[in-house]
Ligand binder design. Sequence first.
Ligand SMILES: Cc1cc2nc3c(=O)[nH]c(=O)nc-3n(C[C@H](O)[C@H](O)[C@H](O)COP(=O)(O)OP(=O)(O)OC[C@H]3O[C@@H](n4cnc5c(N)ncnc54)[C@H](O)[C@@H]3O)c2cc1C
Length: 450
Amino acid sequence: MKQATAGQLEQTREYDVIIVGSGTAGSTLARELARGGRRVLVLERGQDRTLDERFSSLVAIANEVKLGDEGLSSMRGLVAGGSTSLYFGVADSPDCASFAALGIDVATELEAIKRELGVAMLPEARMGAKPLALKQAAESLGHAWVRREMLVDFDRYPDYAYDAKWRARDFLDDAISAGADLVTSATVSKLVIEQGRVVGVEYARKRGFGKELQRIHGRKVIVAAGEMATPQLLRDNGIAGIGARGFYCNPGYALYGIVPGLRGNDGYVGSSSAQISPEVELGDANVHRSLHRMMMLGGMKLRHLFSYPGTLGIGVKVKDGFGGELRPDGRFHKRMDDKDREKLALGRNEALRVLEKAGARHITDFGLTAAGRIGGLVRIGEHVDSRFETEVAGLHVCDGSVIPDDQRGTPTLTIVCMARALAKMLLSESSADRTDAQLRSDAREVVAEA
Ligand SMILES: Cc1cc2nc3c(=O)[nH]c(=O)nc-3n(C[C@H](O)[C@H](O)[C@H](O)COP(=O)(O)OP(=O)(O)OC[C@H]3O[C@@H](n4cnc5c(N)ncnc54)[C@H](O)[C@@H]3O)c2cc1C
């Protein structure tokens, strides 16, 4: 991937928009804004790596964030392209009416992006032995086990393939082709704010054994560092009220059993599921081989580690309430209440019944360890307005952290829609406004060496 070097940046002099993070939101914004003629810089904490699903690749980019002493943790991808480098491709649509009530049109973007990327369900005829076993067992227990929409090109790839899934990295490549600059291994630590307006950022880059701190100026800054980094970055930089009401994290279980005679293969995890109550969902947890290896090794589940074709997995996900806090040191601390535990128990019991019905033996899980999306810390209408702008002029936030609380489905499609909507708003600003006196000629300066 083409990247800007420090030398190239020095000559660039000025940016219209600096984007912090190159994940789903950052890459979508960069692509739309660069194609619209804006001078865009993307700063990415992770490295530029070739993406695939080999065990070593997953280990290199997967980052587990602990959520306190309940044992929960959530995963993200720290790499150019962000978390879709690891994701499963399940594509729930945003609730357009709920966004409209907040003054944001995502309906137009949803239609456009579905047209461009194609969102489809795994064809029924291609459901593998594992999802079929789950479906039959769940249906015989009275659950409606349904296929989900996915950001997967089923037409082009007849079998399971990592490359069949859309990834933000594709949009990042498009952004660079359209003229955006990308700097990787660049961790933004400070938003530079002068007289109530953002004028740039400071970021650290590795240099020899130390780190070089650099400052770069831009007229607008969009924080798109993801739900686990953005809230802390905003709070550290003086945005008031972040996380005042705690957060939710969609906790759950993944249970695995071995079904004698089952001969399953790699498939699209999450491609089918059942809503067993308004707040409890069961889903296909049959991950591909590399992730299976990583999980079973990590949990020391040796019997399951060596029985991939016969191992049947089912996931439980619940909508938890708000609880816990984002502590001053940036660590998450989740606290669950009795209602959350009731939902988790309901889901776990039903998942066990489904596995048993499917004939599974040696059923095991990893305890209450899996959390999904973390949300509720940054809010549209409270911390950002309908232009995703904070109280600091020119400072916008657009990523998973601002998804409204009532939307608990899989987030990727929603994030792409939000990012496109924001890009459209920024592109509609007049060019006179863009070239105002706030543009800096001293775009880059070395602040300090540590
Ligand atoms: C295993 C797994 C499976 C998933 N499956 C699905 C699924 O099936 N469907 C779905 O919709 N979603 C799924 N997700 C979630 C989805 O991938 C993410 O919610 C989504 O990609 C988040 O987009 P984002 O732009 O908010 O953040 P990210 O894509 O996480 O991007 C944030 C970027 O910011 C960078 N960054 C962080 N801090 C800084 C900093 N200080 N300075 C510079 N850069 C920084 C990070 O390195 C990262 O590249 C899954 C996630 C995982 C981990």
